[in-house]
Write a protein that binds this ligand. Structure first.
Ligand code: SF4
Ligand code: SF4
Length: 228
């Protein structure tokens, strides 16, 4: 899932600046699961903004609403009246949700209430760890399901660097060496042959290095056209 953290209240207040009517929009998907921008967090932020701006002597009218997903038109279309009724929207969606609202409502001023952090996994209560950087060419089938792009600080493709010590990464002693994890996993499955072949340099054009990416599924487009 997409993992995010809420921005400090003072930063959100500075983004709102002089706007008087504010709508906080939560999202019911990833950011709800990571306790950053769901219905509960939207309610708390709206209350905090009301209270804090009142204490500052410049109270604002702050309302809130949470949609199931900010990254789909149909859900943000459903809050059209609320968006059009305010001076500014504080999105508690990830960066995609913020941009989706801004794109769908070109006249609306939309600001982010979260810092979108990474694609990750809750590994224990209150802990999220990065697991994927969406490189566009997944190699998990060769690495025992452990991603060296996301989990190795040097994104190495052919085994560990010389700094791996006792299973720990030399960059961060709190992090296991991804290649130690890969080796141990494959060894436990008798599949070490998978890492004996040298991997060629990665084609980063499928990643962010090739600019904004786009996937077009002609089958889905044709099916949509046929149903119109
Ligand atoms: S190899 Fe690429 S797509 Fe697969 S998990 Fe790693 S970063 Fe994500
Ligand atoms: S110690 Fe392991 S995880 Fe850390 S940079 Fe080297 S190979 Fe990557």
């Amino acid at each position: 899932m997409i993992v995010a953290e809420q921005k400090p209240l003072e930063e959100i207040k500075s983004l709102i600046a002089d706007a008087e009517k504010v709508l906080v929009v939560g999202c019911g998907t990833c950011v709800t699961v990571c306790f950053a921008g769901g219905e509960k967090e939207a309610g708390i932020l709206a209350s905090s903004l009301r209270m804090s701006t009142k204490l500052d002597g410049a109270p604002k009218e702050v309302t809130q609403v949470t949609v199931q997903r900010q990254c789909e038109w149909e859900y943000i279309d459903a809050i059209k009246d609320q968006i059009n009724d305010v001076d500014i929207v504080v999105s508690l969606g990830c960066g995609i949700g913020v941009q989706a609202i801004a794109e769908r409502y070109p006249k609306a001023v939309v600001v982010p209430g979260l810092n979108t952090s990474f694609l990750g996994l809750p590994t224990e209560q209150g802990v999220w760890e990065e697991r994927c950087v969406a490189c566009g060419e997944c190699i998990l089938g060769l690495t025992g399901g452990i991603c060296p792009i996301a989990r190795c600080a040097k994104q190495l493709l052919n085994g560990p660097c010389g700094g791996s010590q006792n299973g720990v990464c030399e960059i961060n002693p709190d992090t296991p060496c991804a290649w130690q994890l890969i080796y141990d996993k494959l060894a436990s499955q008798n599949r070490l042959h998978l890492i004996m072949d040298i991997q060629p340099p990665k084609n980063w054009s499928t990643s962010r290095d090739g600019g904004p990416r786009k996937i077009t599924r002609e089958d889905l487009r044709l099916a949509a056209e046929a149903s119109e």
